[in-house]
Design a protein around this ligand. Sequence first.
Ligand code: HEM
Length: 510
Amino acid sequence: MDLLNILSSPVTWVVTIVSFLYILYRHATSTFNYFSDQGIPGPKPMPIIGNMWGIWKANLPEYDSALVKQYGKVFGYFDGLVPNLWITDVDMIKAVCVKDFEHFVDRRSFQIKTKVMRKWLIMMKGQEWKDVRSSITPAFTSGKIKRMSSLIKDCVGDLCDRLSNFTENDGKINAKLTFSAFTMDVIARCAFGLKIETLGSEDDTFIKNAQHVLNPPTNRSPVVLLPLLFPTLFLMFAERIFLTKEMTFFFDLLENVLRERSQSKEKFNDFIEMADEAISDFTKEVEGKTVPMWSREEIDEIIIAQSTLFMLAGFDTTATTLTNTCFQLARNPDVQEKLYESIVAKMEEHGEVCHEMVQDLPYLEMVIHEVMRIYSPFLRIERECTKDYSYDNGRIKIKKGQMVTIPAFALHRMEEYYPAPDKFDPERWSPENKANQSPYTFMGFGAGPRNCVGMRFALEEMKIAICTMVQKFRFFPVEETPEKLSFDDGLTQILQPVHAVVGIEFRQSN
Ligand code: HEM
């Protein structure tokens, strides 16, 4: 039989196609024994897509809680072919986030090489991340937050004006929309040095571009899986995907602000100024001499990166937490009254809502903690393994490149850590109760050296807003207020409350 005959034989074709499909199948399932070989349970993966089929239309809070309930505190999941160990075991969370952090320095990230975006802290890796994180951290010290608090107070004043209008007109608010306008105002003033006159109007260029950057329509379509399934391919197009004209609008805006400020001696007391001070002060040792770590050009790039990241990381998280707080206060009038009483008592001492006063309100802290416990704004905390790791005397092995996920929302609803987890109960965070609780059962701001760098700022902003609002207004349920809050579907990092409408009235004393 000559070659031509062999090639044209149907048997040859069948054998070739079957072999090709077999090789493809072996490749598309090549990692799937990883967890079963270690005796780690988990849902059965599908070729290529792993366990992510349908995730773009799932309700993630429910999806994650169901997985944890079914498979327990340590189980295996596949992001495409990448093994991802899900953990809700507190000792293991502590090991990954703190004790053995050197093995888990990075977050799942797509190292974008484009100018400015390459300095987004949230995506940076290894030593470069450590250097930028150490440079920017001093921008969030208590002293610097105090300096920024007067800008926050201005924004809260405007928020209260809008709330007064709602009170007089509708007697109710759409909490998510209202607080989104507020957090955007804070970001515009603190991170972009701008006052938006047309706040709340969708025609404003700042708001329009921010909405485009923050809510890409891909979140609810299978397209959202592509970066997870094909990261290398994705990186080739990352610049085109991320560097949209809307994103460039913000980079240009900040470049102009920095240019103008370089000629000015004025004090602004905003994040741009705090970041500039902090980054410029950061030094390194070269041949026994202490020299600045960054050049002026690098400082500007880092500031622009962190200011735009401020918008990405601090807008929805803070607006969502304020929305959820408002809903819980409306549904729990006893908590709202207790909070009001504690605020009034402190007002007598401090005279006004200020930085010092909000640091001195333990009950407010307990309320915010419980809101973030019952509705963790960040659904999942992730780490990428950067050095091979073994846990519990080698019982669990995690290889470099593998992912670890802490499903924060699901963790906060585990009966074992929080009895009656669906009950809103700020007393869980009283000093006595807190002392009996592992800190790693609460991941609202993450944990360890890679936790939320903006935590202090977010708490200051939320505390000043809640104190001022609760002192002036009372929230209550109206017909549209749901019994329980529900959250949007789709593969989003941040919890998205829907239909959070609550009633609002002036307090008698006002
Ligand atoms: C209620 C509001 C907020 C919540 C719930 C929140 C939550 C979180 C969480 C859970 C993480 C991941 C932590 C980890 O992986 O361990 C994170 C990271 C981060 N957050 Fe926040 N955040 C909030 C507000 C802010 C604000 C206002 C900023 C702005 C400055 C900010 C900037 C960041 C940055 C830059 C990171 C990445 C840190 C790094 O990789 O080193 N966040 N945040």
